[in-house]
Design a protein around this ligand. Structure first.
Ligand code: FNR
Length: 383
């Protein structure tokens, strides 16, 4: 309504009204490095395409004349692992946001808190955990890339817990980076890394591993980056290690990057309270199954034992409806808000999120539903 009324007064919206529109504008306006970093996926990028195609194979069958068209009838709110959200949406963890916009994670934390949706802060953030926590309200979770130095991992988890995170999200699909041609062609990986280690530079255990403080000189900083690189990849983590996380924190543990039902079983057996069905937006295993195609088998495998979230391909309100209908309790929203951040800072993040929420609200109501709790597979047909 706000947009229509502004239009009546002759004011057009500053940013496009679709995820695809945001991507197109970002392609024109962002630096090639920032755009390539956000848009890029692994290898041929066919899994990134499969993520979108999977949504198109399910179609909503709207119900009519059920009194759900007025906005005040609807309830989008959910509680996910004890976090109360105004809608079943959290921003996906995205690292190195300073490459995209100087306001980076602080803008995301502030806007999500203002809108009452969730956010997941990345280990590869450009801003320290404690700084982001100050502006992120009560609805933020912390994502862990488990470094090969366990004491650093423990320190990150303890800091996030102390700073007020409401869950720890262990990303399982990134023991190392995928083959990402767009980043490789731009050759800016070292630059990327230097902008994504604020969680480490602010960590006392990590700093104790350095010969001299990184602030001292350019060489010391370089050494810090190399030390970080040496511990980033951790190929030793197994499903059982989830149990160790539960010793470091009382927060619920969510494992992100699960697409095989047996992996879902294993991490839940080890103490995870939730999983995120995700292929990292197609940035890790090219040729992997589209995330939505993996949702039903994973949700059936864990049943009532764990909360199930989904990301990789959420672009519209209908996508959220489909994911919830097929068994997700909430979704993580990825690239569209990152383009928004690049285009307009906090305003762009707000725009991308409000666009998704309004689209979700309308789609839900026009399809005949008053709350997200009413969604189940019976509302969909295969295309
Ligand atoms: C990511 N993703 C990611 N995941 C994670 O656990 N930690 C991280 O630091 C990052 N960083 C990151 C950077 C960028 C630029 C992108 C696009 C993605 C993956 C992210 O959380 C999520 O799984 C995907 O973004 C979902 O795919 P779509 O919907 O964005 O295509």
């Amino acid at each position: 309504n706000e947009i229509y009324f502004a239009g009546l007064g002759g004011t057009l919206p500053a940013l496009p009204m679709t995820a695809a529109g945001l991507e197109d504008l970002a392609r024109q306006r962002l630096s090639p490095e920032a755009f390539g970093y956000i848009a890029g996926s692994a290898s041929t990028e066919r899994t990134a395409a499969a993520n979108l195609a999977a949504f198109d194979r399910h179609r909503i069958v709207p119900r009519m004349l059920r009194g759900t068209a007025a906005p005040d009838v609807r309830d989008l709110s959910v509680e996910v692992l004890g976090t109360r959200l105004a809608a079943p949406v959290l921003t996906a963890p995205v690292g190195v946001l300073e490459l995209v916009h100087p306001d980076a994670e602080a803008a995301v934390g502030a806007v999500t808190s203002e809108l009452g949706v969730g956010s997941v802060l990345s280990t590869a953030a450009s801003t320290s955990i404690e700084t982001v926590a100050q502006v992120s309200g009560e609805t933020w979770w912390y994502q862990l890339y488990w470094p090969s130095d366990d004491e650093v991992a423990e320190s990150l988890v303890r800091r996030a817990t102390a700073a007020g995170a409401k869950a720890i999200v262990l990303t399982a699909d990134t023991p190392g980076m995928g083959w990402r041609p767009r980043d490789l062609e731009l050759g800016h990986l070292p630059f990327l890394q230097a902008k994504g280690i604020a969680n480490y530079l602010s960590d006392p255990v990590f700093r104790s591993r350095l010969a001299s403080p990184p602030e001292e000189s350019a060489e010391a900083m370089q050494m810090a980056v190399l030390t970080w690189v040496s511990m980033f990849g951790n190929h030793a983590i197994r499903a059982n290690d989830v149990a160790r996380l539960t010793e470091w924190t009382d927060l619920p543990i969510v494992v992100k990057g699960i697409v095989h039902p047996e992996d879902a079983h294993a991490v839940v057996d080890a103490g995870a309270s939730g999983v995120v069905v995700s292929n990292h937006g197609g940035r890790q295993v090219d040729g992997a199954i589209g995330a939505l195609d993996a949702l039903v088998p994973v949700a059936s495998a864990v049943g009532e034992r764990a909360t199930v979230l989904l990301d990789s391909g959420i672009r519209s309100g209908a996508d959220v409806v489909k994911a919830l209908a097929l068994g997700a309790d909430a979704v993580l929203y990825g690239r569209p808000w990152v383009y928004g951040l690049g285009l307009a800072g906090a305003d762009g993040v707000r725009h991308a999120l409000r666009m998704l929420l309004a689209d979700l609200d309308l789609t839900l109501g026009l399809a005949g539903f008053a709350s997200v709790a009413e969604l189940d597979p019976s509302i969909l047909r295969d295309a």
